[in-house]
Design a protein around this ligand. Structure first.
Ligand code: NAD
Length: 296
């Protein structure tokens, strides 16, 4: 889909990937960019940097708020051509995470995408076209060490995006799913300041990207109408390894976790990975196998 002349909505647009996306759509000649975020001053500030843009306060966890957002976009610029469900939050921990926190991350990271599809799919079907962009994560294809809520919700986003693409792809609705590893944003910056948190440690393994690079990849994928967006291309290899031998992938991820926790020296982990791989292991491959696909 061409971006010029299109009406675009970006949630989580006040910061990080969402801000870079909003600005990239503006620079690509969108008819209007609606920058939506819980952080209203942030959304307004980003909108001010874009020629034809509007900042809107939206809580994506609230269906009425998403409906109001779409209505505002339509009233201001016309039917929404491209909707980027990008807002997301992170939560450390596993089964011990309280229900309220599980429910919050489920609502923000997953239900928000359902609400957007619920309001937009019928309209897009009627027009015979439209584009849904879902920000998931490499964690949605692999895992997120240290965070069950993030892993689970991002896997759910990938599943939803695939389902939407299969169900509506022949009716003119295009779907893309963004699955980056580490990107320099408030989300990773905040975690980095706390060394005991594992996210920062795994994030940089394959290189941290700037949000602007990720936004460029998203716009290129929309133009090419390509489903999976992997700003870190090595994620495709990790996914293949995971699918090819789940047991080995799980062992590899446990080793990464142990290295991060300090209970396994890095050299020993690399050697164990090489042994695990057997004949197919090449020197350059052991690093990737050791990470086995670190997520964000
Ligand atoms: N940064 C990374 O390394 C990375 C990697 C993979 C995926 N992601 C995903 O990218 C997306 C954007 O994250 P980011 O890294 O730019 O983080 P960020 O914290 O910079 O931006 C997230 C934005 O979402 C907004 N937001 C949070 N809850 C909201 C809600 N209920 N309603 C509306 N807005 C809300 C925040 O105010 C913030 O402006 C998220 O879905 C995140 O999971 C990030």
């Amino acid at each position: 889909m061409d971006i010029e002349g299109r009406v675009v909505v970006v949630t989580g647009g006040a910061s990080g990937i969402g801000r870079a996306l909003s600005q990239a759509f503006g620079a690509a000649g969108a008819k209007g960019v609606v920058v939506a975020d819980l952080d209203e001053p942030g959304a307004l500030a980003v909108a001010e940097t874009i020629p034809r843009a509007l900042g809107v306060c939206t809580d994506v966890a609230d269906e009425a708020s998403i409906r109001a957002l779409v209505q505002t976009a339509e009233d201001t610029y016309g039917p929404v051509d491209i909707f980027c469900a990008n807002a997301g939050i992170f939560e450390l921990g596993g089964a011990e995470v309280p229900d309220e926190a599980w429910q919050r991350i489920w609502a923000v990271n997953v239900l928000s995408h359902v609400y957007a599809a619920r309001v937009l799919v019928p309209k897009m079907l009627e027009r015979g076209e439209g584009y849904l962009v879902h920000t998931a994560s490499a964690a949605g294809l692999l895992t997120q060490l240290g965070s069950a809520p993030y892993s689970v919700t991002k896997h759910a986003v990938v599943a939803l995006a695939e389902w939407l693409s299969i169900t509506y792809g022949d009716s003119g609705i295009r779907v893309s799913c963004l699955c980056p590893q580490g990107v320099w944003t408030a989300m990773t910056g905040a975690v980095e300041r706390e060394p005991s948190q594992v996210l920062g440690s795994t994030a940089g393994r394959d290189g941290m990207l700037e949000p602007e690079q990720v936004a460029d990849d998203v716009l290129a994928a929309i133009r090419a109408e390509q489903f999976l967006i992997l700003p870190h291309p090595e994620v495709a290899t990790y996914e293949l390894r995971r699918a090819a031998d789940r047991e080995r992938w799980l062992r590899g991820m446990r080793r990464v976790q142990a290295v991060i926790a300090g209970s396994l020296p890095h050299d020993e982990a690399v050697a164990a990975t090489a042994a695990d791989r057997g004949a197919e292991t090449g020197g350059g491959e052991t690093g990737g196998g050791e990470t086995g696909g670190s997520p964000d």
